[in-house]
Design a protein around this ligand. Structure first.
Ligand code: HEC
Length: 124
């Protein structure tokens, strides 16, 4: 009997923690959307979770070109989205200089495409 209550208590704690986390995320997302008036795209979220930030900045060149520079160089069409998402997955060099971008072999093509669509939406 005691064990049953214990299990129930553990389950309740787990559920509360889970729903609080969800609420927090919803709150953070909606407040960001309100303050910037820009909806956070899947691509932007994926980029924030990946290592891109170590080498890329939105509008300043770091190790790699800025996203705005990339967006200004490529029109947002299927051919470029395919090429760029493939390049993120395989890595490579020679387009912006001699420094290489490492491969991101664990990214799916769809996720890489979402990232590229976000980057190309930053065209100025
Ligand atoms: C180790 C540093 C590094 C990391 C991490 C990195 N990049 Fe890059 N990225 C570069 C460099 C350097 C280039 C320029 C490559 C070239 O000249 O061909 C580049 C180029 C690019 C390009 C343009 C490719 C082209 O052929 O014009 C895109 C798009 C891009 N990166 C997206 C990303 C995304 C998205 C991520 C995260 C998943 C990422 N990068 C992570 C260094 C990096």
């Amino acid at each position: 009997m005691k064990i049953k209550y214990l299990l129930l208590a553990v389950a309740m704690i787990g559920l509360t923690a889970f729903s609080n986390a969800n609420l927090d995320e919803t709150y953070i997302n909606s407040s960001k959307i309100k303050s910037s008036k820009i909806q956070i795209s899947d691509g932007e979220k994926l980029i924030a979770k990946s290592d891109c930030i170590g080498c890329h900045n939105k509008d300043k060149k770091v190790v790699g070109p800025s996203y705005v520079d990339i967006a200004n160089k490529y029109a947002a069409n299927d051919k470029n989205i395919n090429y760029l998402s493939g390049k993120i997955i395989k890595g490579g060099s020679g387009v912006w200089g001699t420094l290489p971008m490492g491969a991101h072999a664990s990214l799916t093509k769809d996720d890489a495409k979402s990232m590229v669509k976000y980057i190309l939406s930053l065209k100025k």
